[in-house]
Design a protein around this ligand. Structure first.
Ligand SMILES: [Zn+2]
Length: 312
């Protein structure tokens, strides 16, 4: 902790120097974010008028990221810092707190939506013999997986940007309005999928960071692991439980996440004849995905198509 404090002192000294930005750059409104979704939202709202810096680099595991001294300095010198909060980017609050009076304006985005607890253990294949209270499960902060939440988050970010950068407020308001219209279309697409669905259960041979999408759509989810657990090897009991669920409910699809080990999904598909599909959690995109033009909206449209196959 002392080491971290010393690093921060250095960061503050560096910030003092960085405050004298080169001519021509000081007018660009700069938004710094921890992970991908708020970076994409800020870009959609700000367009050419803002510079957006995402600290966790493309392809990085969002939960495990550790900010460097330079990153802390980048936070200190930005115009608006956006982070999710909770376990998703716990490192953000620590960095922000330690900046004290030098902390920039910041939004903890999970303060702006209703938070839900992680999926209870009984739904992730572990028999719960502890008798513990499910309300004591950790809060899930994968809030962006619900298009409804994404709309709220964009409106919140837009309002803050309008307040902090009033000369561009009309642009931010107009861009946000257009992007919200597209998010509403996305929400309608998911609702259409559910209107035509023959079932409401889906299964992940993986972690399950889609708590908020599931809540919006009335989906029951089964998963190998809770939330974004770091576990990668489910117990035999969990595999047996998931196999039983697939057979009992005749599920046509087994989901896994992007960039994830497919072994468990392959095992379940081989045992049951189900088909493996990916749901992209959008925590972060890889360099290849960004180069190919993927973004939150296009990946979520892909997710809607994958969901349609799973609930048919
Ligand atoms: Zn996660």
């Amino acid at each position: 902790m002392r080491k971290f404090a010393l690093l921060l002192l250095c960061a503050l000294l560096l910030t003092g120097c960085a405050a004298q930005a080169p001519a021509g750059t000081e007018d660009v409104f700069t938004v710094v974010t921890t992970i991908y979704p708020p970076a994409d939202f800020a870009r959609q709202i700000g367009g050419e008028a803002v510079k957006v810096i995402q600290l966790a680099p493309p392809g990085a595991e969002a939960h495990d990221f550790v900010p460097s001294l330079t990153d802390v300095n980048t936070i200190a010198s930005c115009d608006l810092f956006l982070y999710i909060g909770g376990d998703t980017d716990a490192w953000a609050l620590e960095a922000l707190d330690s900046l004290g009076d030098n902390a920039p304006p910041a939004l903890c985005l999970s303060d702006y939506v209703e938070l839900l607890h992680e999926l209870p253990l009984a739904c992730v294949g572990e028999e719960d013999h502890t008798g513990h209270d499910h309300e004591a499960e950790a809060l899930d902060t994968h809030i962006w997986t619900s298009p409804r939440n994404a709309i709220t988050l964009c409106q919140t970010i837009s309002q803050e940007m309008q307040q902090l950068d009033s000369q561009n407020s009309a642009l931010y308001a107009a861009n946000c309005q257009e992007y919200v219209r597209q998010l509403e279309q996305l929400q309608a697409e998911f609702e259409t999928v559910m209107d035509q669905a023959r079932r409401t259960s889906i299964l992940f041979a993986d972690r399950m960071p889609f708590r908020y999408l599931a809540e919006d759509l009335g989906l029951t989810c089964y998963a190998a692991f809770q939330g974004c657990s770091a576990d990668t090897e489910p117990s035999l009991a969990t595999i047996a439980f998931l196999t039983q669920v697939i057979e009992r409910e005749q599920l046509p699809v087994v989901f896994c996440l992007e960039n994830s080990d497919p072994t468990v999904a392959d095992t379940l598909c081989q045992a049951t004849g189900a088909q493996k599909r990916v749901l992209h959690s959008c925590h972060n995109l890889t360099t290849e995905e960004l180069a190919a033009g993927w973004d939150y909206l296009s990946l979520m449209h892909e997710n809607a198509a994958a969901l349609a196959a799973a609930v048919q």
